[in-house]
Design a protein around this ligand. Structure first.
Ligand code: WT7
Length: 660
């Protein structure tokens, strides 16, 4: 990376110190960094005391056979017991665990910890009746209804690893996952609500069961929640209604405790090849990692906070920061079923107002969408309860960070930009809201107990002010243990690149600023090389979004005869910029190119900018740059099946055809 680019990157000099009252009463103070550095295992052992163990461990970490870690060796624990039973036993049974908000107006449920214990026990009894035994895998394909939390915890309770498949995924995707982890039971619903309409789930399951059979996996039972009441096909020998089974079962269930390394779940995520990777998480370490980080990063005060993470439970964020982290910490949380614009674009802010949400955790893509819709929408709601804001999933560009802080946080609330991955299980790099002087766009430092570095090609740490590869230098409790059924791919994907140093290769680029704070630059596969200069897609996107007329931008490196790669940008304009029609696109495009040049340098000036109505996104909100690259390189557009909306590419191609 050129010195020029780097110095421009590091121009962001706004700083936000922690609010004084939050700092004074913070769960985690500065001293935790030095203490954890001095003895990392002792630090994690101390965090493990947050949980109830049936039997304590004899050894904190077994790293004798890297990269295969074992944490809290010899310990015995049950994740569901820690998320539910122990809170009831401690007299908190009447505390609300979940304020569930359905998408249709006035469709709400309030579930206390005592209620949850009864429901989880019932589901555990039913799963056992259906033949599920310890170690068997159960697939869960449900909308965001309370039963999804109940189903996950019931699996955990009987030691049956779950694999939750996002409800927006296709029957094929479900079948592949069911077959890969050999699940014999699927838990689903007739359908769910999305954008005011009913969408079916059961037909996809029927199809997936047939496809899985072709792949050699027989599904014995399908447990079906009635959510919408729509018509479903029924196979009496296989299908079981939740209300006929779970809701009739005993609310008593004695739970067994499992080895600390007993598998808790498998979560599939896409890799660089076509076949998704089954990330395996186990019980003790995962629960320690998620419980501690949820408490530390959000400065959780379980007695008074109302927490809301907007992620779908079909992703790791839903697992770690909607189910296991928050419930192990006995929070009261909001779970919302629907989309942010149903029935109106202020729905989320209305929920914050109605439930007095104090901690709010969402993704930059959502934040930028709200920016596009305009600040007047959140301004109509009372958001004064909010005291910590979190961001996750991709680098947050400084403009979005500042908008989030000002508009949702009333210019007083700290923003924590949390870097982690499906593989890491827990947040790894993040500010601490009571300690860190936040910089917009920076995830700052590894958390206490976590080791991260930015290294060059040879695995040597880069000096401050330089960029390189992000690596994790020390094992951490919630780390993935392997890829389901594929130890070799696990070693190859994460541990081969820096095998000499024993570092975990995260696949992300990062830079250290002059203070040594970390700035994530996106996947290294998205890093471009233009005339021998490394440029981050994120960095250019951030520059574009800082222009007042731009709502959202995606950048790809397209093959270029002269420069190796060239910068191609796809831009969505803000509604205000569109007023008065789509006048003078050429002038506007030139204005945007100059703006990027001004922000980063001539090298980053896009060769081409296309004004588009939408960007191709996966259902988790990630922009599929691969498809944009196809457009930029004038190729046939590749596989669009994982897009949330597969018509988006048609709109973009039409634009290209029109020469925009
Ligand atoms: C990749 C992991 C972590 C749960 C959701 C995504 C990117 C994630 C950040 C952040 C910059 C981020 C990275 C990472 N990422 N959070 N705060 N700043 N980049 O989980 O699907 O496993 O994706 O998301 O590129 O490698 P995932």
């Amino acid at each position: 990376m050129s010195d020029q680019t780097l110095s421009n990157l590091l121009q962001e000099n706004r700083r936000f110190e922690p609010p004084a009252d939050l700092a004074a009463d913070a769960n985690v103070k500065e001293e935790a960094y030095a203490r954890s550095d001095a003895d990392r295992e002792a630090f994690w052992a101390e965090q493990a005391e947050r949980l109830d163990w049936d039997q304590k461990w004899d050894r904190v970490l077994d790293w004798d056979n890297p990269p295969f870690a074992k944490w809290f060796v010899g310990g015995r624990i049950n994740a569901a017991y820690n998320c539910v039973d122990r809170h009831v036993l401690a007299g908190r049974g009447d505390k609300v665990a979940i304020h569930w908000v359905g998408e249709p107006a006035n469709d709400t449920r309030t579930i206390t910890y005592a209620d949850l214990l009864g429901m989880v026990s019932q589901a555990a009894n039913t799963l056992t009746d259906l033949g599920v035994q310890k170690g068997d895998r159960v697939a869960i394909y449900l909308p965001m209804i309370p039963e999804v939390v109940v189903a996950m915890l019931a699996c955990a309770r009987i030691g049956a690893p779950h694999t939750v498949v996002f409800g927006g995924f296709s029957a094929d995707a479900l079948a592949n996952r069911v077959a890969d982890c050999e699940a014999k039971v699927i838990i689903t619903a007739d359908g769910g609500y999305r954008r005011g309409a009913v969408s079916a789930l059961k037909p996809a399951v029927d199809e997936a069961v047939a496809k899985a059979a072709e792949l050699g996996q027989r599904v014995d039972k399908v447990l079906v929640v009635r959510r919408t009441g729509q018509e479903v096909d029924w196979d009496d020998s296989r299908d079981v209604w939740w209300h006929d089974s779970v809701e009739q079962a005993s609310t008593e269930h004695d739970c067994e405790f499992f080895d600390s390394e007993h598998p808790l779940y498998v979560m599939y995520t896409s890799g660089t090849t076509g076949k998704p990777k089954g990330i395996l998480h186990t019980t003790g370490g995962y629960l320690v990692g998620t419980s501690y980080t949820h408490w530390a990063v959000f400065d959780l005060k379980a007695d008074t906070d109302v927490y809301w993470c907007t992620a779908d439970v079909g992703w790791v964020t839903g697992h770690s920061y909607m189910v296991y982290g928050p419930l192990s910490n006995a929070v009261t949380q909001v779970v919302y079923e629907g989309t942010p614009d149903s029935p109106h674009k202020g729905r989320w802010w209305e929920i914050i107002q109605d439930y007095g949400v104090t901690i709010f955790y969402t993704a930059p893509t959502a934040i930028r969408t709200f920016m596009k819709w305009g600040s007047d929408i959140p301004a109509k709601f009372d958001l004064s309860s909010v005291r910590v804001l979190g961001s996750v999933g991709e680098p947050i560009n400084p403009e979005a960070y500042v908008w989030y802080r000002e508009t949702i946080g009333g210019s007083r609330v700290p923003v924590v930009d949390t870097w982690w991955q499906t593989e890491t299980g827990q947040i790894m790099i993040s500010p601490l809201p009571g300690v860190t002087h936040g910089k917009p766009g920076s995830a700052m430092r590894p958390l206490p107990g976590v080791g991260a570095e930015v290294v060059n090609d040879d695995g040597e740490p880069v000096p401050n002010g330089s960029g390189g590869f992000l690596v994790l230098t020390k094992p951490w409790p919630a780390m993935l243990r392997t890829l389901w059924g594929d130890d070799e791919r696990f070693k190859e994907t994460y541990w081969a690149r820096f095998a000499d140093q024993g570092f975990y290769f995260a696949g992300d680029g990062a830079k250290k600023d002059d203070d040594g704070d970390l700035w994530l630059l996106g996947r290294v596969d998205d890093v471009m090389n233009v005339s021998g200069h490394r440029l981050s897609t994120t960095e250019i996107e951030s520059a574009l979004v800082s222009h007042p007329k731009v709502a959202e931008a995606a950048v790809v490196g397209a093959a270029d005869e002269m420069t190796g790669q060239a910068v191609c940008a796809f831009v969505i304009l803000r509604e205000s910029a569109l007023e008065g029609g789509e006048a003078a696109p050429d002038e506007l495009i030139e204005e945007l190119r100059k703006h990027v040049q001004k922000e980063i340098g001539a090298i980053a000036k896009p060769r081409q900018i296309m004004i588009v109505p939408e960007l191709p996104k996966t259902r988790s909100g990630k922009i599929m740059r691969r498809l944009l690259k196809d457009v930029a390189e004038h190729r046939e557009v590749g596989d669009v099946t994982t897009l949330a909306d597969s018509t988006v590419m048609d709109l973009i191609k039409k634009k290209e055809g029109a020469g925009a």
